[in-house]
Design a protein. Structure first.
Lengths: 480, 481, 114
């Protein structure tokens, strides 16, 4: 049942919020043991909240457009009084004393927080195998990863544990797991959704966004979490866009370009490597579907996207190295004692962070250090300018762009854990949007040779989410 | 100002970095109160505690106050960007400090000392303050065991850091610079400037060079200075230490040094080689600050008169050099002085009264009553001593100076009465009179003191000493002629 | 002008950044991390080779400037907010690893901030 229909039924009194929550808790009971989508299931809290909503509805109140809808929250979103671990031992047991803005906004429209979902530690990873609390498995094939870092949120939606989930996307952490789990996943324009209360990874790249089983539900969720927040200086000073209204408008007359550099293949020397043939075939098929619906579809070139991966894996770690300094054992979370404060900081961080986090902290520290800043961090920031310029040029000729969301379908657990660079390549298609600050989303479109879902990525210029959703809705309708 | 070299043959070169807490209601990046000293960890929120997920939002007032400082110091007000300065320290909750690095809000400017000398300002930028850690146990000394307790009430308080050029040449000049800077910060409402309470902190960069050379010597930065007095001592100690090194054939190592108030010395904290790698980079959670010309003009228009302008105004009114008005302006009595002079009072007498007789404030004194008092004094209706007494009455209760004078029984002494008294005293003390008439300058001063003293005793202080002196001089001239 | 040639990341470099980042690494970790980080930096050789002297750096994707907040404290007259503020302090201190007299307790802080 979609979030929209749940909310309609609950608001009209046709269904109780409690029955909705009970149904989802039952789904969790039956297969969470296998999937491990959650670090924490808020069974009691969700039921209490549902009862409260039911009482209010009985009193004639309207709790709002997500009345009674269970939403799974990535465990890097601060929830007051509720454990927020970021998938790390260093925050195990930490209860934030405040709510993230998105959590407040969800509460204000009647949503029910059903649990905190697993993630790669501090959102660093592409498979959700880097969690200190064990990996999440892909509900469609539990020998495979769900993607990451928001693998728990993607899996929760794919497994029917919640119709909606929130994730965060720094280099693809919503879109890539959405693709691998066959759900819709959206990374909004940078600044569209407040980051206040999202534990930062790469501050200039991070965005919170929705997972849903349908394009319409994703639009609904993005509408309620989006819009200006005075607590985030990088928040766009605009109201949330009308997305639901755009869904039925089709793609007639839209110009859509397939990004050559992100399609791979033997005849494309200027492209990134590693795009699987079955994935490419689905993207080409999606392009045909859009053409059939009245869009003009052509090949487009965004040349500097091939440098995205290199720039990203310097910028994000650099910002992370600074963002994660505060985990020092002084004010919250884990402390491993030592004779001096400095020794305590070191002991705490050494014991509390996993290997991938340590790798990125060290990489980022190096990229910012004296003598290397210009060559690494400085240069990467210039590559961002190049990528933004190249996108701007492409958007002179196109309204939207198209690419794979992930290079392959879901891969087996353990396949890439020994080679960080191989793991990083998973983000090659999604990173350019983060670097440019543009919105993009993954829409399920058929499956690969292994029968697992393929996600097509729709990319749009800054603030053009409504146009992006029009194409997404058409793809959803045409999906094989 | 440095007429007298501190160490013969050597010149001391001083640059200062002054941190001042800005007088905002809330913190630099969040709406927690800018207040500390009370219950620990009360004026905190997710931002000032650096909690995961918190984000900074810049306080408009802090920017406005920084621009006021920039305008007062004739700085270029420019587009600025915040950066993160990364280092671990428990009193810094995020383990990085948000500061301005290569793009400060205020660029080059200058500060004019009361004596007219200009000290260059290199920059004045915004940054956030840290919390406070207190060492407990182990005898309270930082290098002994025990533990530390941290209060984040001060964390995130807005600071402006004002960096001078290495333009000062002695401790006295450095003191004059800090005093003037403090006066400016207080005048424009940017800071309370209380050094002893830590709301204004000074680090000194000190180097020395042989007199007559122009190349700068290797400098040391001296930290932990808590008062103007200790700043002077620290500079003098540090300059002496460097000269001793150089004179014994050694080199000065570039270091950061710690001033110890108890032993009166500076101690090495770290060398240049140990300099920390702060890994500055633009703060991604904040956007650039680009004050519009309109905003700057609005702030400029609302600026109160600066100390240098006040000195200039009073100097023009009083017909003296600006330096002669420094104390009056420092005491904040220049408005009164200007108004009193404008009401017709003798400027010299006004300044003398302000400097000598109003140290404890002006109380109920108004320009009008002050002017009538000075007029009575100048007209010979009151002696200087009587005027001082009446002035104290005016400060205490206000009112009419003539009424106060009458209530004390002060009456103008007739000049002819005074002449008779002087002549009598001359006759009674012929030897002293001979000394007055025939002695050298020193002897004449001594004897005039004697005669004025006798007159005062005879009149119970009612006579005007200056008139007595005039009379003595006239009699001497008559005898000589 | 392109960036000067940067030597391949060494074991010492990794030890140095680990120290800056307050992390301790075993010898085996040091070896493994050195290889892995060098691989990432090798991949970044493609951007090192780009001539970007005339390209401005982009710190943030948005063109926003002057995002300022009025200097107004959270109202403590608002009873709900005052309660939330009081609760906040208690929650913060309750979540801390060690607290004494309302302050965060840590092992002795040696030396001054750098």
């Amino acid at each position: 049942m979609s979030a929209r229909s749940i909310a309609a039924a609950v608001r009209s009194g046709e269904r109780s919020a409690r029955s909705v929550v009970e149904e989802h808790l039952a789904a969790i009971d039956s297969s969470e043991g296998e999937v491990h989508a959650f670090n924490l299931v808020l069974a009691d809290g969700a039921l209490a909240r549902a009862d409260d909503l039911d009482r209010r509805i009985a009193d004639g109140e309207d709790p709002g457009p997500l009345a009674g809808v269970p939403v799974a929250l990535k465990d890097n979103l601060c929830t007051r009084g509720i454990d927020t671990t970021c998938g790390s031992k260093i925050l195990e047991g930490w209860c934030p004393p405040y709510d993230a803005t998105v959590v407040e906004r969800l509460a204000a429209v009647g949503a029910v927080a059903i649990g905190k979902t697993n993630l790669d530690e501090f959102a660093m990873g592409s498979s959700t195998e880097n969690s200190a609390f064990g990996p999440t498995r892909n509900p469609l094939d539990t020998s495979r990863v769900p993607g990451g870092s928001s693998g728990g949120s993607a899996a929760a939606v794919a497994a029917g544990f919640a119709p909606l989930a929130l994730g965060s996307d720094t280099g693809g952490s919503i879109r890539q797991p959405a693709a691998l789990c066959g759900t819709v996943g959206v990374k909004p324009t940078y600044g569209r959704v407040s980051r206040y209360g999202l534990v930062a990874f790469g501050s200039s790249l991070d965005q919170i966004g929705p997972f849903a089983t349908s394009v319409e539900d994703a639009a609904l969720l993005l509408e309620v979490i989006g819009g200006h927040d005075p607590l985030d200086s990088t928040s766009i000073p605009e109201a949330s866009p009308d997305l639901l209204g755009a869904l039925g408008r089709g793609v007639e007359g839209l110009r859509i370009g397939i990004i050559s550099e992100l399609m791979g293949g033997p005849d494309r020397a200027a492209s990134v490597e590693g795009i699987a043939d079955d994935v490419r075939a689905r993207v080409e098929q999606a392009a045909e579907a859009l053409a059939a619906a009245g869009a003009t579809v052509e090949h487009a070139s965004v040349p500097s996207t091939v440098y995205g991966l290199s720039a990203y894996y310097l910028i994000a770690p650099a910002e992370a190295s600074s963002n994660l300094a505060r985990f020092d054992g002084v004010r919250f979370g884990l402390r491993v004692d030592a004779d001096t404060a400095a020794g305590m900081n070191t002991a705490t961080r050494t014991a509390g962070f996993g290997d991938e986090v340590k790798r990125r902290i060290m990489l980022g520290t190096y990229a910012l250090s004296t003598g290397y800043y210009d060559a690494y961090y400085g240069k990467s920031q210039k590559v961002r300018t190049l990528i933004q310029r190249d996108f701007a040029r492409a958007y002179e000729s196109f309204d939207l762009l198209l690419s794979p969301a992930a290079p392959t379908t879901a891969f087996p657990l353990g396949d890439k854990t020994d080679d960080p660079m191989l793991m990083y390549l998973n983000d090659v298609c999604t990173i350019p949007s983060n670097l440019a600050g543009h919105p993009s989303m993954s829409v399920p479109f058929g499956s690969g040779d292994d029968g697992l879902p393929v996600g097509v990525q729709v990319l749009a210029p800054a603030l053009a989410e409504a146009t992006m959703f029009r194409a997404a809705a058409v793809l959803e309708g045409a999906a094989p | 100002m440095s007429d007298q070299a501190l160490i013969p043959g050597w010149e001391v070169v001083i640059g200062l970095e002054v941190h001042a807490e800005l007088a905002t209601a809330t913190k630099m990046f969040s709406s927690a109160l800018n207040q500390f000293g009370g219950q620990p960890n009360t004026n905190v929120d997710p931002v000032s505690l650096g909690l995961p997920g918190s984000l900074p939002v810049l306080n408009e007032k802090a920017v406005e106050l920084a621009i006021r400082v920039g305008l007062a110091l004739d700085c270029t007000i420019q587009r600025s960007v915040f950066a993160r300065k990364n280092y671990f320290y428990p009193d810094m909750p995020k383990d990085f400090q948000i500061s301005q690095y290569d793009l400060p809000i205020n660029g080059v400017g200058s500060l004019e000392l009361p004596d007219g000398r200009r000290i260059g300002i290199e920059r004045a930028h915004l940054e956030e303050d840290t919390g406070k850690s207190t060492h407990v146990g182990g005898g309270g000394r930082i290098h002994e065991a025990g533990h530390s307790l941290i209060d984040y009430n001060r964390s995130g308080v807005p600071l402006i850091e004002i960096v001078s050029a290495p333009d000062m040449r002695c401790a006295e000049e450095a003191r004059a610079y800090v005093s003037e800077l403090r006066a400016i910060l207080v005048a424009i409402g940017a800071s309370d400037g209380k050094m002893e309470e830590g709301s204004m902190r000074v680090d000194c960069n000190v180097s020395v060079r042989r007199e007559g050379t122009s190349e700068l010597g290797t400098r040391c930065e001296v930290k932990n200075i808590n008062s103007l007095r200790s700043m002077g001592r620290a500079i003098e100690y540090e300059a002496r230490r460097q000269v001793d090194l150089l004179e014994s054939g050694e080199k000065v190592q570039q270091q950061t040094r710690h001033w110890n108030e108890d032993d009166g010395r500076t101690h090495k904290l770290r060398s240049k080689e140990e300099a920390y790698d702060y890994r500055y980079f633009p703060e991604p959670d904040l956007v650039p600050v680009e004050p519009s010309d309109e905003w700057i003009a609005e702030i400029r228009a609302a600026l109160p008169m600066l100390p240098r302008e006040r000195r200039q105004r009073l100097a023009v009114a009083a017909g003296v050099e600006p330096q002669a008005t420094a104390l009056t302006v420092e005491r904040g009595m220049d408005d009164l002085a200007v108004d009193t002079i404008a009401a017709g009072a003798d400027a010299t007498r006004v300044l003398v009264h302000v400097e000598n007789n109003l140290a404890d404030g002006v109380g109920e004194l108004t320009a009008a009553s002050f002017a009538s008092l000075v007029a009575m004094e100048a007209g010979g209706d009151l002696t200087a001593t009587q005027a001082k007494t009446v002035l104290a009455d005016l400060v205490a209760t206000g009112g009419d100076p003539a009424a106060h004078a009458a209530s004390h029984g002060f009456e103008a002494m007739d000049t002819s009465e005074l002449e008779a008294l002087v002549d009598r005293l001359i006759a009674e003390h012929p030897d002293d009179w001979a000394g007055y008439v025939g002695g050298d300058d020193r002897e004449r001063r001594r004897k005039s003191g004697f005669f004025v003293g006798q007159v005062m005793r005879a009149t119970q202080g009612q006579a005007d000493g200056r008139i007595v002196n005039d009379l003595l001089a006239r009699r001497a001239a008559e005898q000589g002629g | 002008m392109t960036s000067p040639e940067i030597p391949r990341l060494s074991r010492d470099d990794v030890a140095h950044v680990a120290n800056l980042a307050r992390l301790t690494l075993s010898d085996e970790e040091l070896d493994a991390f050195t290889g892995q980080l060098a691989d990432v930096l090798d991949h970044a050789a493609d951007i090192e080779a780009l001539d970007l002297d005339d390209v401005p750096p982009m710190a943030n994707p948005l063109p926003l400037v002057n995002v300022l907040r009025p200097d107004v404290p959270v109202s403590t007259e608002d009873a709900a907010k005052a309660d939330a503020a009081a609760g906040f302090r208690a929650e913060v201190l309750a979540a801390a690893p060690s607290v004494e007299d309302g302050r965060f307790r840590v092992p002795p802080v040696l030396g001054e901030a750098p």
